[in-house]
Design a protein around this ligand. Structure first.
Ligand SMILES: N[C@@H](CCC(=O)N[C@@H](CS)C(=O)NCC(=O)O)C(=O)O
Length: 211
């Protein structure tokens, strides 16, 4: 029996992207749920593995820690090419995949990092913290609308499913929420709906306590 990977996760968080990817790769995975209160810079459980205290944090079978969902996606795509997490390096969709993968983690994800708990950045200034939440939420809407204009469906890259679709499904549960997405970004909303129908997703959704 090969040694399993260990995923530090938090219910409903970005660790769902990695859970879904693992479900597709069929690589052995053990999941350790961290309470949300114990994520972040002062996380008791995560700090020694990932100074940001974020999920997903993955422990490889050799004991090395790996954070950053995009790095994990690329790593898993190499380990399990049949899971179709990423187009092959020779595939013409590879460049688009890389562009949007980095866009999702470098542009969209940080809007949550700064907006989820804005007091962390602006302690003692409640007004400024409120404003930071509002402007990062607005910025994210602009980013999603930009993505919406660039894609045609049925999947993010068109005919081929990839890990990008797992990001869309996961993030569709977060602000601004499904109602906004269905109205303003119907292609992205439809992608999230398609991912929701996958058997792997049903299991991940149940484990994460999603309706
Ligand atoms: N760049 C990271 C972002 C991970 C991230 O922001 N995770 C959130 C949960 S969805 C988290 O752990 N937040 C707690 C915090 O940042 O304090 C990635 O792509 O994996």
């Amino acid at each position: 029996m090969p040694k399993p990977y260990t995923l530090y996760a938090a219910k409903g968080g970005g660790s769902m992207i990695v859970e879904l990817a693992f479900a597709e790769t069929k690589l052995p995975l053990k999941i350790v749920d961290i309470p949300w209160e114990d994520t972040g810079w002062s996380s008791r459980r995560l700090k020694r593995l990932n100074p940001l205290g974020q999920v997903p944090t993955l422990i490889l079978p050799n004991g090395d820690a790996m954070s950053e969902s995009a790095g994990i996606m690329l790593y898993l795509a190499e380990r399990a090419p049949t899971a179709k997490l990423a187009p092959a390096p020779t595939d013409r969709d590879r460049a688009r995949f890389l562009r949007w993968l980095v866009f999702l983690v470098a542009a969209v994800y940080p809007t949550f990092t700064y907006g989820d708990d804005p007091k962390r950045w602006l302690s003692g200034d409640e007004q400024a913290a409120k404003k930071l939440r509002a402007v990062t939420d607005d910025h994210r809407k602009m980013l999603w609308k930009f993505v919406e204009k660039q894609i045609k469906g049925p999947w993010f890259l068109g005919r081929k499913r990839s890990a990008l679709d797992f990001y869309v499904w996961t993030m569709s549960h977060w602000r601004p929420g499904k109602d906004w997405m269905s109205k303003e970004c119907p292609t992205l909303h439809a992608i999230a709906g398609r991912v929701r129908e996958l058997e792997s997703t049903k299991k991940v959704a149940k484990r994460n306590g999603l309706p």
